[in-house]
Design a protein around this ligand. Structure first.
Ligand SMILES: [Zn+2]
Length: 373
C-alpha cells in the first residue's frame, strides 16, 4: 500500500505531463517568438483589455457578382452605414467567374470593398495542380477585367469550403495570397470558444471538419477560421449564415439569430464576428429586413466596426486599442483614384453576358427583385 500511495504523485505528474502534451498537440501550441505583424498565435483570448478591443464584424460574401446580388449589397452598404470613426462599413466579396459582371466588381472595389478569389469554375478543387490553376487564373481575370491591382487581391476561399490538399496554404502563399478563409471551425453552442485569426507558423491546431486539413506550417500566412454561427435556437451550427438546418421563419427569429450570435462574441472575448454567406439568404425578404435592423442596432454601438477581412487582419498585424484607432491607417476613410475601364470586349464576355441575361429571364427571383428594388 505504502508503495502504491507513494507512487500517486508521480502517476499524477505523469498524467499531467501526458495531458499537457495532448493539449500542446491538439491545443493552441505557438512558438515563443511569434509576434505580430509577421506572426500571430492561434488563441481564444486576445492579450488586450476587452474594453480596448474593437468588436470587428466582417462580411464574406461568396460567388458570382451579378445584377441581383449587387442590388442587395447596395441596400446594405449605403453611404450612411458608417463605423464609429465616420468611415463607411465595408465587406469582402469572394468572386467566382461564371456569371460575374466585372464592371460591378470594379465598382465595389472602387468603393472600398475588398475583392477576394473564389475560383474560376466553382467546382470541387481536389488536387494541387487544379488549385494552382484556379487560384492564379481567377486572380488574373480580376486584374484584367475589373482592373484591380494585384496587391489588393490577397484572400482566397475554396468552393464548398473544401481544401484542395494539406499544402493549400503553402501554394496560396506562393501565388501571392496573404490569407485563406476556407478552414472551418465548428462551435457546438453559442458559448463555445471562438478562435481569433492566426498565422500558420505552427500549423492548424483545431479539429478539421472538412479534410484535408492544413497540416503544413506556413510562415506568416494568415488563416481566418470560418466559424459557424449557431441557429436561433442554439441547437445546431450553421457554417454559412444561410446554411442552418433550422432556419428562421420570420424577421423576429432571423434578427434573434444574428443578434444572439453577435452578442456571444461581444459579451465574451470580442474575437472578430464573421458573417460568411451567400446573398441568396436575402431572397426571403424577412432575412434582409432582419439584417438591416441588426446592422442599424450594432451601428449605434461606439466600439463596433464593420470592416473587410483585409482590414480585420491589419488590426491583427497592428493591434490597436480603440482609443488610438485613428492611427490604424487602413481603417481610415480614403478614396481611390478611379482606374480605367477595360475597353476590349472579348467573345467570352459577350457569351457570358448573353448567358446572364438568359439566366435572369429564367430566374423567378429576378422578377421579385425587380419589384423590390
Ligand atoms: Zn461558392
Amino acid at each position: 500500500m505504502e508503495n502504491v500511495s507513494g507512487n500517486v504523485p508521480y502517476a499524477c505528474l505523469f498524467l499531467a505531463v501526458f495531458l499537457g502534451l495532448i493539449g500542446t498537440v491538439h491545443g493552441l501550441y505557438c512558438k515563443r517568438d511569434c509576434h505580430p505583424p509577421k506572426c500571430s498565435c492561434p488563441q481564444y483570448n486576445y492579450p488586450m483589455n476587452r474594453e480596448d478591443i474593437p468588436q470587428m464584424v466582417y462580411f464574406g460574401f461568396d460567388d458570382a457578382v451579378n445584377v441581383m446580388v449587387s442590388a442587395l449589397y447596395d441596400r446594405i452598404f449605403t453611404e450612411n452605414r458608417t463605423n464609429p470613426n465616420g468611415c463607411p462599413a465595408k465587406m469582402t466579396l469572394f468572386v467566382s467567374h461564371k456569371y460575374t459582371d466585372y464592371r460591378r466588381v470594379k465598382n465595389f472595389h472602387e468603393n472600398g470593398h475588398e475583392i477576394g478569389v473564389h475560383s474560376v469554375t466553382h467546382s470541387v478543387i481536389g488536387n494541387e495542380n487544379l488549385l494552382r490553376q484556379e487560384a492564379k487564373k481567377q486572380k488574373d481575370i480580376l486584374m484584367s477585367r475589373a482592373g484591380i491591382p494585384e496587391k489588393d487581391i490577397v484572400g482566397w476561399r475554396s468552393p464548398f469550403l473544401k481544401p484542395a490538399s494539406v499544402n493549400q496554404p503553402k501554394i496560396l502563399k506562393e501565388l501571392g495570397y496573404e490569407y485563406d478563409i476556407t478552414y472551418t471551425y465548428t462551435r457546438t453552442h453559442m458559448s463555445s470558444p471562438k478562435p481569433w485569426p492566426f498565422t500558420l507558423d505552427s500549423g492548424w491546431p483545431f479539429r478539421c471538419a472538412t479534410r484535408p486539413c492544413a497540416r503544413t506550417r506556413v510562415k506568416g500566412f494568415w488563416t481566418v477560421p470560418v466559424e459557424g454561427l449557431m441557429d436561433f435556437k442554439d441547437l445546431y451550427p450553421c457554417t454559412y449564415v444561410d446554411g442552418c438546418v433550422i432556419g428562421a421563419s420570420n424577421e423576429k427569429e432571423a434578427y434573434k439569430y444574428l443578434m444572439d450570435n453577435f452578442m456571444s462574441y461581444y459579451n465574451t472575448t470580442r474575437s472578430p464576428f464573421g458573417l460568411n454567406m451567400h446573398a441568396a439568404w436575402f431572397y426571403r425578404s424577412f432575412n434582409l429586413d432582419a439584417m438591416l435592423r441588426f446592422l442599424d442596432d450594432i451601428g449605434k454601438m461606439d466600439n463596433v466596426y464593420i470592416v473587410t477581412v483585409k482590414q480585420m487582419l491589419d488590426w491583427m498585424k497592428y493591434p490597436t486599442p480603440l482609443a488610438n484607432i485613428s492611427s490604424l491607417k487602413s481603417w481610415n476613410c480614403h478614396y481611390k483614384e478611379p482606374t480605367e475601364v477595360p475597353t476590349t470586349t472579348t467573345t467570352t464576355e459577350k457569351v457570358i453576358n448573353v448567358t446572364k441575361l438568359d439566366e435572369r429571364r429564367n430566374n423567378p427571383m429576378w422578377f421579385i427583385l425587380r419589384r423590390l428594388f
